[in-house]
Write a protein that binds this ligand. Structure first.
Ligand SMILES: Nc1ncnc2c1ncn2[C@@H]1O[C@H](COP(=O)(O)OP(=O)(O)OP(=O)(O)O)[C@@H](O)[C@H]1O
Ligand SMILES: [Mg+2]
Length: 362
């Protein structure tokens, strides 16, 4: 190892000590969020030092220290106020972060998978080719100098399954799921939105592998070209967002944004090479509607007279969420009828009339 490398290591050790001390000082003064940030910086420094260590045992010690710092940061943001009994490992717990207004950003790994995602074959295929296969066969992708795509924006009308597909992807991958929208991330206080964005990504990094889902992207990072959004606050938020997208490049963190108004999302975010795919999630076509009806009806008792093709025809322009509602409401009609007429549980079923009644009211 060269002399320069040792100088680099010494600097990092100094940085590590400084951040660790800063964290302790912040803690003593009750500034938990600041302390968490310093712990994260100390963790990063410790990881960088590990790269310099030739000795495997020392390297492991540095990595253990880093993990400890990340856990401390995670515990602090999750449990402000300092309960001593904070559960330990980020690997085994539901991670969380509180924004300064006490808002939760996260959910644990969602109990969903691609089996819960009807239709959307194109999107599932993209996720398979760009995320799942590179994760499952890293050697092939590495030899071809390609990797996991970790930046996507999904856009399309309400109820088409953008949020649902993000949850299914996180569940399929077994990744922790961090989600926030405009309510959690935007604040009228100057400087607070960038800070909240930073916290969200920091927490996702410390609990990786994780998926960060940012909803209502048009509100969180609105188009700065629009005169109404050209204030300094928005510029800061967009810049912070771009920084975070860069920060997750070498981490096991996938970013998925969603919006109903892709035209109103900041150009720099949309055009960033960190967001490798803009994917339209349109209203379902006939084939997708058929799969959606099958998906929502299969788990219910259905009369043999129900004609799927007619349902598909009668539901043109419906979103996935609309189709889910139709099936649920039709099932309620069946339940009402069963109770009114004293029908036995084995005999209860959703009929063609139940479904058509609901469809005609939509
Ligand atoms: N492809 C799908 N397969 C099964 N269920 C779906 C599918 N798409 C949507 N759903 C159901 O519809 C509900 C609403 O979908 P979701 O919230 O994902 O829509 P969205 O595109 O995020 O809407 P918005 O733009 O309003 O946020 C989901 O909770 C889920 O139950
Ligand atoms: Mg949504």
């Amino acid at each position: 190892m060269s002399e320069f490398s040792n100088v680099g290591k010494e600097l990092l050790v100094d940085q590590y000590e400084e951040h660790k001390e800063a964290a302790q000082t912040h803690l003593e003064n009750g500034r938990e969020h600041e302390a968490a940030k310093s712990y994260l910086k100390a963790a990063e420094a410790s990881e960088s030092i590990a790269e310099y260590e030739q000795d495997e045992v020392l390297q492991q010690k540095r990595l253990d220290l880093s993990r400890k710092m990340r856990r401390a940061a995670s515990d602090l943001v999750e449990n402000p106020g300092g309960d001593e009994d904070v559960p330990g490992s980020v690997e085994t717990q539901t991670t969380g972060v509180q924004g300064s207004e006490g808002l939760e950003f996260d959910k644990p790994v969602p109990g969903k998978s691609f089996e819960d995602l009807a239709g959307m074959t194109g999107l599932k295929d993209t996720f398979h080719r760009k995320i799942i296969q590179p994760l499952e066969h890293p050697e092939i992708y590495k030899s071809l100098d390609i990797g996991v795509v970790n930046g996507f924006i999904l856009y399309g009308p309400p109820g088409t399954g953008k949020t649902h597909s993000a949850e299914c992807l996180a569940g399929e991958l077994g990744f922790n799921f961090f989600t926030a929208g405009s309510a959690e991330l935007t604040s009228s206080l100057v400087g607070e939105t960038p800070e909240l964005i930073h916290q969200l990504f920091s927490e996702a990094i410390s609990a990786q592998p994780s998926l960060v889902f940012v909803d209502e992207l048009d509100d969180v990072v609105p188009d700065r070209g629009d005169a109404a959004n050209s204030s300094h606050g928005y510029v800061q938020s967009v810049n912070q967002f771009l920084k975070e997208l860069t920060r997750i490049q070498d981490e096991d963190v996938i970013f998925l944004g969603a919006t109903n108004r892709i035209g109103s999302v900041d150009e720099a975010v949309k055009g960033s090479h960190r967001v490798q795919e803009l994917i339209e999630v349109p209203l379902p076509d006939a084939e997708a509607r058929k799969e959606l009806f099958q998906h929502f009806l299969n788990r219910r008792s259905i009369a043999s007279t129900v004609d799927l093709e007619r349902l598909v025809e009668a539901s043109q322009g419906f979103s996935a969420a609309d189709i889910e509602t139709v099936c649920m409401e039709a099932a309620r009609h069946a339940a009402d009828r069963a109770l009114e007429q004293g029908i036995e549980v084995e005999e209860v079923e959703v009929t063609k009339t139940d479904l058509e009644k609901v469809l005609s009211c939509q």
